[in-house]
Ligand binder design. Sequence first.
Ligand SMILES: [Zn+2]
Length: 271
Amino acid sequence: MARIDTEWLALRAGIKPGIRVTADVTSAPGIAERYQRLGCSVVMTHGRVGLERRPRVLIYIGATPQAASSLRAAEAHLLDPKTTPREQAFFTREFGLRLGYPGCCIDAFAERTRRGGGHLRDGDRDRHDPDYVHVHDAWVARPDWRLNNLLLNHHLRLISFAPCRFDCASALAQAQAIHRLVAAAAPAHLPVLEDRLRRPLLIASDGARAWVRFAAGKLTAAEAPHALEGPPDPVDLARAPAWPGAEFTADGRVQARGDPPPRLLDFAAVR
Ligand SMILES: [Zn+2]
C-alpha cells in the first residue's frame, strides 16, 4: 500500500502553512520537483540535523514563496552555533508556528530544548532518547491515539509534532482535521493506520519501543512496531522478548526493566 503523505494533505487543505522535509543529495531534487508540480513554492539548503548531525538537504515547502523562505530563515538561526539559548527559544517558536504547530505544544518543545536535549529535569547529567523525554513530559492515563507521534520512523502518523500532552485539545483538533483528509484521500489506508496507531505502546529510555498487550497490570506480549511495507527496527526486534512478564504502575512506569523505567502509553484507551 502506498505511503500516505499526511503533511502534504494538511498543507493543501491550509491546516499547515509550510512543511519541512530532509533528504539526501540524490533524492532531494526529485522531492522538490514533485512539490513544485503540485503548485507549491520550494526552497532548499544544506545542514546537519537530527541526533547524528548528518549532512542533509533541507527542503522547505510552502503554499507561497514567503512561507517557504521564512521557514528556511527560521531554521537557519536554529542551526547556527552562534545563536544564543534565548534566541534558540525564540526561533524554535517561530519555526513551529510557521509549520502550523499549536502554541502550547511548541512551548513544551521549546522548554525541553532549553533544558538541554535528552534531559528529564534541569541539571540532570544523563541523556535519554528525545522521544522518551517527550513521553515523560506528555504522559496521560488516557492518551489519544490520534496524537501518537511515536511511530514517525515507520511513517505511521496523523500529526508530525510532539503534543504537549497526549490529550492536548489543540493538537487533537489538528489530528482530527488530518484524519478527515486521510479518510477522503485514502480511505483504504485509514483502517491500517488506525489499527497501528491505536496499539498500546512502550518506550524505553534509549528509544526502543514495542507494541504490547497487558492484563491486570502486567505485560503479556510484545512486538516490534512496523509498517505494512517496512521492516521493524532491529533494536526493537531484539528487545521485544524482554518485555512480557514486566509489571507496571498506574502511571505507566514499567518495573524492573531499566532506570529510568520504560513508559507505557495505552493508545487503545480512547475510541
Ligand atoms: Zn498542546
